[in-house]
Design a protein around this ligand. Structure first.
Ligand SMILES: [Fe+2]
Length: 208
């Protein structure tokens, strides 16, 4: 679902709407829809980006405008109702294994990259319904952790000290067209296109 890591949907603020309200537009992917084939088909990427994520952005903007109006009217119950719409709607390449300090942290926290992948895949496969599975850096514990979140919940709901390094979308829309109901096969292949370079950059920024 929403705009987050993996097929990493970076929100780029683009326009200032009426009354100075900041709204968002969906950025182009920095690569072709077919660039992740065969692990993720171009058809899925195009659908995921143009349909699912465009819809989130459109609805997110709509909710932001309604929230802005409700706040200026002091309409507290509408504000509360809109919060879930905003949370729901508000959320790229690689495959090269991680090196440097993130690579070492994976080895010391999980034993090996292979062991980490197995653990993430097991948790992603076991997650009931829709959600995300994450590799995160815990700033307090100073170690890597695996977390899952349900539906559109962001990682921060699992703790304020967690910084997402990578997130795998396990909503059906992320894999069904290509993998049908076999989520474990999707999880197995996603590692061929995981952007470890991005994860390493985030890790190095958190633990310089
Ligand atoms: Fe998604």
């Amino acid at each position: 679902m929403a705009l987050r890591s993996l097929t990493r949907h970076t929100l780029r603020n683009a326009t200032l709407g009426f009354r100075g309200l900041q709204t968002f537009s969906l950025p182009d992917l920095p690569y072709d829809y077919g660039a992740l084939e065969p692990a993720i088909s171009g058809e899925i990427m195009q659908l995921h980006h143009q349909k699912h994520h465009q819809t989130y952005i459109t609805n997110y903007n709509k909710a932001l405008e309604q929230l802005d109006a409700a706040v200026s009217k002091g309409d507290a119950s509408t504000v509360v109702k809109l919060q879930s719409a905003i949370k729901f709607n508000g959320e790229e390449g690689g495959g090269e294994p991680p090196k440097g300090s993130l690579g070492s942290a994976i080895d010391s926290n999980f034993g090996s990259l292979e062991a980490l992948i197995q653990k993430i895949n097991a948790e992603g496969a076991a997650l009931q319904g829709s959600g995300w599975v994450w590799l995160a850096a815990d700033k307090e514990l100073k170690r890597l952790v695996i977390e899952t979140t349900l539906n559109q919940d962001p990682l921060v709901t699992k703790g304020p000290s967690l910084v997402p390094l990578l997130g795998i979308d396990v909503w059906e829309h992320a894999y069904y067209l290509q993998y049908k109901n076999v989520r474990p096969d999707y999880l197995k292949n996603i590692w061929k296109v995981i952007n470890w370079k991005y994860a390493s950059e985030v890790y190095d920024k958190e633990f310089p």
